[in-house]
Design a protein around this ligand. Sequence first.
Ligand code: BGC
Length: 812
Amino acid sequence: MSHETMSQHSTAADGSGDRSLDPRLAAKARELAAQGTVLLRNDGVLPLAPESRVALFGRTAKDWLAVGYGSGGDVNPPYISNLTDALRESGAVKVDEELAAAYDRFSEEQPADPGTVWGKWPTHYPELELEDEQIDAAAGRNDVAIVVIGRAAGEDRDAELAPGSYFLTEQEESLIARVSSAFERTVVVIDAGNVMDLSWAERYSISALLIAWAGGMESGSALGEVLTGVREPGGRLTASIARRYEDAPTAKNFGDPDVTTYVEDVFVGYRYYETFAPEAAQFHFGEGLGYTSFSFGFGEFSSDATRARIDVTAKNTGERDGDTVVQAYIETPDGKLSQPARRLAAFSRTGRVAAGESAAVSLEVDLRDFASYDDSGATGHRSAYVLEPGTYRLHVGQSVKDAEVAGEIEIGELIVVKQLEEASSIQKGCGFDRMVLNCGDDGRAIVGYEKTPEEERDLARRILERLPEELPAPAEGGSLPSFEEVRAGKVGLEEFVASVGTEDLIALAYGDTTMDSPLGVRGNAGALGGVTESLRERGVAPAITTDGPSGLRVSAFASLLPCGTALASTWNLEGVRELAELHAEEMLAKGSDILLSPGMNIQRDPLCGRNFEYFSEDPLLTGLMGAAVVSGVQSKGVAACPKHYAANNQEHNRIYSDSRVSERALREIYLRGFQIMVEESKPRTIMTSYNKINGVWGHYSYDLVTTILRGEFGFDGLVMTDWWMRMVEDPNFPALRDSAYRVRGGIDVLMPGSKEHGGDTCDTGVKDSLGSDGGLTLGELQLTALHVLRFILEANPQGYATSAEKGRRNLM
Ligand code: BGC
């Protein structure tokens, strides 16, 4: 499709007219947007028959929603393709121009205006009111109707259980009702970042239902190709869709402004539905259709102690070429610890299989990776990952719902997989009743509750016992080493850090105070590292951060890419990695050193406003997708910054709300994705979250960052805050407050640096407390500097000045 007919943006926000983007990145984005499209129902209407006459209903067909709102979506693409034009230009079908013209007129009269007020973006746009006669006339002229329903999600704003948000508006429902009764064949497309209620799909005669996730600037074209059969709709759901929102396990515990209690514990999403109420899920995790069908045959199942390998033959039983996703789920024996009936354990896309042919896929699973964390001591091994004895079954299929037993492993005696220590546990007096699995009289699984354990460890003591040593002071009178000498291997990094004066050590713990730092490309999110003249004189470059998951948020034009959910729905790790590699080249070209991406929070509840930035309700899929993005980005030398660590699962009052969650659920669900990603891809940076986790803000949490992230997961990069932080005194150490409390926690850099939003001065927490009685030690501050400088050393930000940006960026 030519870009001329798409919605055009003539100049970027920085006034430049350079519209050129990497065509390879655009092509990969289109391929993945199509592959992430989830087809939930199809009676054969799709792909559209050649030459079909198609009537497009719903303004979103033209006013295409390609991204969510907020930091993760605020990208300036030079164009956004839309479905109407894509179908028109495909030449494969004939678009009803009379109807299209009516929508064009309506769009001109009432433009789809996203507004400019942060967090107040519209979740939908009002629809054109059509008369019954218009619909009937269109039915007379056309073979198929396509109704497009649009929903936009965004940061700082959760969806609501209201028409126009989670639910259809009356106008939308009436449109679907009237169109589906006037037309013999109606296709409904949901163009959205987040899931919405789909219960109405049962009430109307709908031939096909698809979800096209906010898929970036190429997504209108991508969907056009899917509908006309040029590509397959390859997506599989990465989160379950409840028949009724009230049936979701989190429904009663979401959105409280102060405290959100994670009562469902490890029974998140499909882990709940499959265990207790499969019928409550209208669409199941892993579900999605292609344009052909597959049947699976199970070959050899071999197992050795805790490891299993299963060979699967996926036969294309349909008439078209296509591919599918082979999914394996573990069923864990219920023991002292309650267990979800299914957990995703491995998956693989087959790749293209010709009609009638088969593909061989091998999946490997080590049960040790799926051990359970005993936070109460119920198994006799408190704070340990254990495998309880019993039969572990591996189910394999094309979704969680249709997976069948493919093999079993017997564990004779309890195995302690790893003994850890209590961390980030529920504070004293804050325990609650969490969901457990009970057995009903008829033998069926029923929901029960047990009291969560509360903290026992002495955090203050742990911190004091592990305070880092001060570095040996440099010899007196010697000249100060330069960072180039460190680079050349002539001076050790620690030696360099020891030579940095207090003022610069403090400066390294803060960003350059503002977003759009003058040290970097216009529209950047902030700078860190060489933020003072004196650091730069010694050779320490500033590193420039930019948002975010759906493309580069800079003032210049940049590629708008499929959102996190769209990418994860492809279940295509290699494809996502390739996209990230190309994206990294765009970072290099446009002056970004650190991409504030991927978004890795768990889609705990369907209403979370930022779900579109995240991958899934499942930690394995989240972790592997995160690793694919990180390793793709970092393969080109620039850095990724996975976020938001951790349990940032709602937007409402996100900077104050406290996510109360058991240590078990925290580790098995909310941290697990981060752990997998860290182990697989070694991110150079990571971002903490806005919210509190068990009473402690992410940007202060010693346990989350130092005990777990660095100590257990082996993270050795730089930890930064989410933008700005809440200034308070350390409850354990009264001589510490604000950034001193943060540095003691191991959170290296406050971003973008200023004390408050929009301010231009840093807090004085570190300065005030350093060396005071009971205050921050020099060793702690040096450790922070070490993390920052190691990052600068390894990521080697160069000042990638484009000609337009010279001077602003190239300060070295
Ligand atoms: C968001 C982050 C984002 C940062 C910088 C915050 O509001 O939560 O995800 O990276 O802003 O724009």
